[in-house]
Design a protein around this ligand. Structure first.
Ligand code: SF4
Length: 482
């Protein structure tokens, strides 16, 4: 959208807002208001562009950078909330994902509980944080505690769902994910217990798997009890898949190669269609240096398999070369153009080199603050508010194998909510250890804190578009409307 159109839309909204505020016009001076209206809408257009570029900026930082007063920022935020064109300018920007996070976690009040049920994994992916590549090329998988641990008892899982029930009663919706860590289907019994509780409570479950073990009707039917099955698949060629997933391990390459996974997916879709369940099935593709030229091939493959979607994600454990980022960007439009034609295509904003994820990585999050939004639970019941804290650690760690970001273990005397309410302050975690969604969450938590401290009421949060009609004192008495 051209800047002039945005200014015009903001100007119209200024007039409506002013009327709605029922401003007394005893000292009303048309010239002065027209002058102000022009000035504030132009500044708000600049503020919109600023937030599209750096959505994590606090109001105070924006005020300093744009030479705006606090009242101007407050009014500008309210106008952004109320003006569709301004919201779209941020939503359609390269940082549009940021708004999804705010909508999902802050406005929509969603709490995510992630069970890491896997006790092992047939894969040995070169990019996996659980895999160490030895000098001879062999790959070693870290297990929890350096060896298998006992899975959480069904009694302890039941206690998590009792707490989930308490959380939902506080006007918060719950999403349960079964993921890893390690491959969740290596512990189908625990998965079944989780699915039983979730089904009984009508909770949506997303399953994340590498798809290798979906080779029996029993495990396929178990997976289909989730509302969404996301299969990680990062190669479209058999050799490349074998190399990435298993390196020089010829036995695994033969036993678990790409043809096996594709056959599993075909059978899963067939079974889903036969049962008539509504489970969405798709692939989660981490874009890597090794596969970044194959994005269209992934879409064709997914269509051929009858899948519902492809979700392209960045490899946040590493960085891309500028050439790779350009090649990804060159393919993005043609790949996304196929979305809706029998398949949905999602493309993480952080696959763009201009996305803030790659440019705003200095700093640390306070992990315990993320516990207001999500919790990862390891197979043994250790809880961590950050993804990084729930992976198995190598041999050089404690006997639980869980590094410092655990807030404790669920057991007979400690439920999930007990652990959260008695949570210790966890050490800072550098942004570069966070995945893109946790990174945005950390930035928004901080931005909101800074804005509160600077006197910006929550109802003026520029990303809470549904609060446009809420007019707090700071707006009703804003001198710029008088
Ligand atoms: S499939 Fe997942 S858990 Fe297994 S090695 Fe690969 S990335 Fe790691």
């Amino acid at each position: 959208m051209e800047k002039e159109q945005l200014v015009e839309a903001l100007s119209r909204e200024f007039t409506t807002l002013r009327a709605q505020c029922k401003v007394q016009s005893g000292d009303f001076s048309p010239e002065r208001v027209i002058g102000r209206q022009k000035q504030i809408t132009e500044k708000t257009a600049a503020l919109t562009a600023y937030l599209a570029h750096a959505p994590y900026s606090s109001a105070k930082a924006a005020a300093a950078d744009l030479d705006m007063a606090r009242e101007e920022i407050l009014l500008g935020y309210k106008l952004i909330q109320r003006t569709r064109a301004a919201a779209d300018a941020i939503r359609l920007s390269v940082n549009g994902d940021y708004l999804n996070i705010v909508r999902h976690y802050f406005t929509g009040r969603t709490y995510v509980v992630v069970f890491f049920t896997g006790l092992a994994c047939p894969g040995r992916c070169s990019f996996c944080p659980n895999v160490t590549i030895q000098p001879d090329g062999s790959r070693q998988l870290s297990l929890y505690g350096g060896r298998q641990v006992n899975s959480m008892s069904s009694v302890n899982i039941e206690s998590v769902f009792r707490d989930i029930d308490k959380i939902t009663r506080k006007d918060t919706s719950i999403l349960v994910k079964i993921s890893g860590g390690l491959e969740p289907l290596t512990d189908p019994d625990t998965m079944a217990v989780i699915l039983n509780h979730a089904e009984a409570m009508g909770i949506h479950v997303k399953l994340f798997t590498n798809g290798i073990l979906l080779n029996t009707p029993r495990l396929r039917r178990l997976a289909l009890r989730a509302g969404d099955v996301r299969v990680s698949l990062s190669m479209v060629d058999e050799d490349a898949y074998g190399e990435l997933m298993f390196g020089n391990d010829a036995t695994r390459r033969r036993q678990y190669g790409l043809p096996v996974v594709l056959e599993n997916l075909r059978a899963l879709v067939k079974e889903r269609n036969r049962l008539g369940t509504r489970t969405r099935i798709g692939i989660n593709t981490v874009v890597l240096e090794e596969n970044h030229r194959d994005l269209e091939r992934f879409v064709h493959m997914a269509k051929d398999l009858g899948l519902d979607y492809v979700d392209f994600k960045p490899n946040y454990f590493s960085t891309y070369t500028p050439q790779t980022l350009k090649a990804i960007s060159d393919q993005r439009d043609s790949v996304k153009a196929q979305s809706g034609k029998g398949i949905d295509i999602y493309f993480a904003g952080s696959l763009s080199g201009e996305n803030m994820f790659w440019h705003h990585r200095d700093g640390e999050c306070e992990p315990h603050k993320q516990s207001k939004f999500k919790m990862f639970i390891t197979p043994g019941g250790d809880c961590s508010p950050v993804h990084h804290g729930a992976f198995p650690r190598g041999r050089a760690t404690s006997d639980t194998g869980v590094a410092p970001y655990s807030i404790g273990r669920i057991g007979e005397d400690a439920s999930l909510l007990d652990l959260i309410s008695n949570m210790p302050c966890l050490p800072g975690l550098r942004y570069e250890r966070l995945n893109p969604f946790e990174h945005m969450l950390a930035l928004e938590i901080k931005r909101e804190e800074q804005d509160r401290a600077w006197g910006i009421p929550e109802s003026c949060n520029p990303y809470h578009f549904s609060k446009g009609d809420t007019l707090p004192r700071e707006i009703l008495e804003n001198p710029l409307l008088h």
